[in-house]
Design a protein around this ligand. Structure first.
Ligand SMILES: Nc1ncnc2c1ncn2[C@@H]1O[C@H](COP(=O)(O)OP(=O)(O)OP(=O)(O)O)[C@@H](O)[C@H]1O
Length: 219
């Protein structure tokens, strides 16, 4: 389980997250829905250890996450799809996916193989340079990279933003298939269009405050 309790975070003394509490039970998919600027990316970056908290705690499984350095997240099986993808343009697709494991010294290719099975289209362009792909293809590669690292928890920041309807559908299928993997997943979206079909529970985020909006399936 991932649990944020009373998390507060300011950037340049401006409060961005205010007393945020949320829970993702193991094996469930949770939505974080809010307009641009509401605080979704900041919440994900806080969970990834990329921004320091001013207050509150983040627990993952049975340990405190908030006091661990960012590079420990991959070791804990936490994968992150940032909103802006952040692929290395001159690396191949495969190297971009494996980057998330290099930091941990993990050379096991089992998860890479699993990702190619889950998304066969990625395997087909594995040797191409990231910069030669379309924006939508790059989004798939960034998801693949998050999946390789995220054996326990996946943080997907606006995965459907700016992608064509057919690809959004494909992303939803892949995310829906993760249910069998007992992964915990947090998905942010500016409206509730796509995530509605794949989440168990939804939190609304507005001006840095988070509240439970809907529990769809009994978790
Ligand atoms: N580095 C920063 N410096 C100053 N303000 C920031 C910084 N990062 C985020 N903010 C502010 O924090 C608020 C929340 O931003 P955040 O990116 O978390 O929103 P979001 O819900 O993810 O929306 P978006 O989709 O626009 O990224 C916004 O008002 C934003 O301007």
């Amino acid at each position: 389980m991932l649990q944020l309790k009373n998390v507060s975070l300011s950037i340049q003394r401006t409060p961005i997250l205010r007393d945020v509490s949320l829970e993702i039970e193991t094996g469930t998919t949770v939505g974080l829905i809010g307009r641009n600027g509401a605080g979704k990316t900041t919440a994900m970056r806080a969970i990834m250890g990329l921004l320091p908290l001013q207050g509150g705690t983040i627990q993952f499984e049975h340990g405190a996450l908030h006091d661990k350095p960012a590079h420990h997240r991959a070791e804990l099986g936490i994968g992150y799809l940032p909103e802006d993808r952040r692929l290395v343009p001159h690396f191949t697709v495969e190297d971009n996916i494996l980057v998330s494991l290099w930091a941990t010294g993990n050379t096991d290719r089992t998860r890479l193989k699993w990702v190619y099975e889950l998304m066969p289209e990625i395997g087909r362009f594995a040797d191409r340079k990231a910069m030669s792909l379309s924006g939508g293809q790059q989004k798939l590669v960034a998801l693949a990279r998050a999946l390789v690292a995220g054996s326990n928890l996946l943080l997907l920041d606006e995965p459907f933003e700016g992608v064509a309807p057919a690809l959004a559908q494909r992303l939803m299928e892949v995310i829906g298939d993760l249910r069998q993997e007992h992964l915990s997943v947090l998905i942010s979206e500016s409206d509730y269009t796509h995530s509605e079909k794949v989440v168990d529970k939804v939190y609304a985020v507005e001006r840095g405050q988070v509240g439970l909006m809907d529990t769809k399936r009994a978790a």
